[in-house]
Design a protein around this ligand. Structure first.
Ligand code: BES
Ligand code: ZN
Length: 638
């Protein structure tokens, strides 16, 4: 019998029950009846949970969104299954600063009785284990709880921090290990669950989740969601605000605040083309709708691949689609990451390296090879620049993160080194064979979480061993287990970039003035490469000449503005300082603000300015960004 469907019927009302039954069958096909699905647990240093004994299968969440108190308050009902012979084993969940009011268990789904539980001591990185005594036969655990106003995975915004300025906004960010700060769960990516949710909000606001969202749902402050495919906890997401919706195609659309939504719809109008391009190579999109949500500017990331609903920073709305590689990236995660998931955070490159590789393939299909090659060349440049600053242990794809915050693994290594490895495989075996291999990989591991070892086994059996002569050219172990980049790694090149470099050289040698640089038709990527090609030190006259000719300080393109501001700090170019301050106080994307503060902190005067700006900006940043910048500035007097 279909337990999950029955359960959902009971808690979510009739209207949801009928379609769900059909979808849950597909879910069960892909997990329970698939003999290859791993039941054994792998060691995850970033979770207290014991999925080798007890596994959570489904979550039913009921939350009230209390803007006044900045808390989420409600009930999580976990459907669990014992998977070992150890009938004494408790259920151990991950939590961080949750207030647990009551824990009950049930064996019939109706009658609940209180059980004993303990919350362990709080670890700075991991949070605290919630250990729940489980009577035999119990298959439900009900937890009444509320979040802390400072929860690491939740940001509460004042109306002044939104585009509309009238209503508050709240959103979650669960990756890597922040789901535990707003839901008590087995917060390890090796555990996959389905979920249903009911979220109550002020009547005029809309709630959306990483689940099925009906774009036409009436705004009544009472919202229901269901996610029938099993997903890891880091993909559970919620946002609430004054959101409107624009359709982009039959299965895609965009949510954003009313002042932003039309611009967003124009920027993202190629989304359906991107989905089709990905499906042609890697198989069907398996998640129903694909929508985007544009968040207020304090969103700490560029994008987050929450299933069915990518979260995105407004800083990609350049007005000319020049930064939509972000959509390609988050969409690609619908295959690499969301269908096939890293089992632990040391396997993060399986998510991000594969996704950057797919992202470039999507760009190539939709915008042509030259564009994709430019992005690949920029990626390799950033990788090499960062490699020079990283400890050897952090240059390894299969990184050892024991005792460290998994967010520390978020460098260019999993992204760009990972993508370069896959590109090396593609170039060596040929695109046709490699495409077939990757498509088979997504099919084989659909809705599963896998380790690096499992990927390497699969790679060996399904590609390397079939073509031993070609395989001999690729140092697979060196790619995965060693620091640096193998000498045989691909070097993406772009003829357009070569032209940009020669213009940069001519200008630097004073052979031409800036006004003679043929930049009128340069794309954003060519601009970024131009700025990359300049030496670190530029004198005042050169900075001024560039700025007067191309108005870089006023650039509305966030990537160009960011690079220019980095150069301005390095070269003490004061005319850009007001813009720098404005940038740092209006945008909270970590990829931009952390390096800017780092650059400022390199000189005593810069550090002083950084502290003054940060004092004002800190209350507007997301907890995840705050944690990063606090470390950079050694901030300890909030
Ligand atoms: N999944 C990541 C974001 C992430 C990584 C959140 C690690 C928390 C921990 C997302 O897919 C991503 O990679 N975003 C990038 C943008 C992308 C275009 C490279 C970002 O936010 O910069
Ligand atoms: Zn990603």
């Amino acid at each position: 019998m279909n337990k999950i469907a029955l359960f959902v019927c009971l808690v979510s009302g009739l209207c949801l029950a009928i379609p769900l039954v059909a979808e849950v069958h597909t879910t069960e096909d892909s997990t329970k009846s698939n003999p290859s699905v791993r039941q054994h647990a792998v060691k995850d240093f970033h979770s207290y949970a014991n999925p080798g004994d007890v596994r959570v299968r489904h979550l039913n969440l009921e939350l009230e969104v209390l803007f006044g108190e900045k808390i989420l308050k409600g009930i999580a009902i976990l459907s669990i299954e014992r998977v070992s012979q150890n009938t004494q084993a408790p259920l151990i969940l991950d939590t961080r600063t949750l207030n647990i009011a009551k824990v009950e268990t049930s064996s019939d789904g109706t009658n609940y009785t209180p059980t004993t539980f303990t919350v362990g001591s709080l670890d700075k990185i991991l949070g605290a284990p919630l250990t729940i005594k489980l009577p035999e036969k119990v298959d439900r655990v009900r937890i009444n709880y509320s979040t802390d106003p400072g929860a690491s995975g939740v940001q509460w915004l004042e109306p002044s921090q939104t585009a509309g300025k009238k209503d508050p906004f709240v959103f979650t960010q669960s990756e890597s290990i922040h789901a535990r700060s707003w839901i008590p769960l087995q917060d390890t990516p090796q555990v996959r669950i389905t979920y249903t949710a009911r979220v109550r909000t002020p009547r005029n606001l809309l709630a959306v989740m990483s689940a099925e969202n009906d774009p036409r749902t009436p705004r009544d402050g009472d919202y229901h969601f269901w996610m029938p495919q099993p997903i890891p906890s880091y993909l559970i997401a919620l946002a609430v605000g004054d959101l409107s919706f624009r359709s982009l195609g039959r299965r895609t659309g965009v949510y954003a605040e009313p002042p932003v939504v039309d611009k967003a719809a124009r920027e993202f109008s190629d989304t359906e083309k991107m989905i089709q391009a990905t499906e042609r190579v890697y198989g069907p999109y398996r998640w129903g709708r694909y929508d985007l949500l544009v968040l207020p500017p304090s969103f700490p990331y560029g994008g987050m691949e929450n299933p069915r609903l990518t979260f995105a920073t407004p800083t990609v709305l350049a007005g000319d689609k020049s930064l939509v590689s972000l959509v390609a990236h988050e969409l690609a995660h619908s295959w690499s990451g969301n269908l096939v998931t890293n089992a632990t955070w040391r396997d993060f490159w399986l998510n991000e390296g594969f996704t950057v590789y797919l992202e470039r393939r999507i760009l190539e299909a939709v915008y042509g090879r030259p564009r994709a090659e430019m992005e690949a060349a920029l990626g390799r440049h950033d990788l090499e620049e960062e490699l020079a600053t990283l400890d050897e242990r952090d240059q390894i794809l299969h990184i050892d993160l024991t005792g460290r915050d998994p967010d520390a693994g978020s460098t260019n290594i999993p992204y760009e080194k990972g993508a370069l490895f896959l590109r090396h495989l593609e170039e060596t075996f040929g695109r046709e064979r490699f495409d077939r291999f990757l498509r088979g990989y997504f099919d084989h591991f659909t809705f599963q979480s896998i380790t690096t070892e499992e990927f390497v086994d699969y790679l060996k059996k399904n590609l390397l061993d079939k073509y031993p002569q070609l395989a001999a050219r690729i140092p697979v172990a060196q790619w995965i287990e060693e620091p640096g980049i193998p000498a045989s790694a691909p070097k993406p090149t772009s003829p357009a970039f070569a032209r940009v470099e020669s213009e940069a050289r001519r200008w630097l040698r004073n052979e031409i003035p800036a006004a003679k640089i043929p930049a009128a038709r340069w794309t954003t990527q060519e601009w970024l490469h131009f700025l990359n090609s300049l030496p670190q030190a530029l004198d005042r006259k050169k900075m001024e000449e560039l700025d007067e000719t191309f108005h870089l300080t006023r650039s509305g393109n966030s990537e160009i503005a960011f690079q220019w501001l980095m150069m301005s700090i390095r070269n003490r170019y004061e005319p850009a300082y007001p813009r720098l301050e404005e940038f740092l106080t209006s945008i909270g994307r970590r990829k931009f603000i952390k390096p800017l503060y780092e650059e400022l902190a390199k000189t005593p005067e810069g550090k002083e300015r950084a502290m003054a700006i940060y004092r004002r900006a800190r209350p507007t940043y997301h907890p995840i960004a705050v944690a990063s910048v606090d470390e950079v500035l050694k901030w300890n007097n909030p």
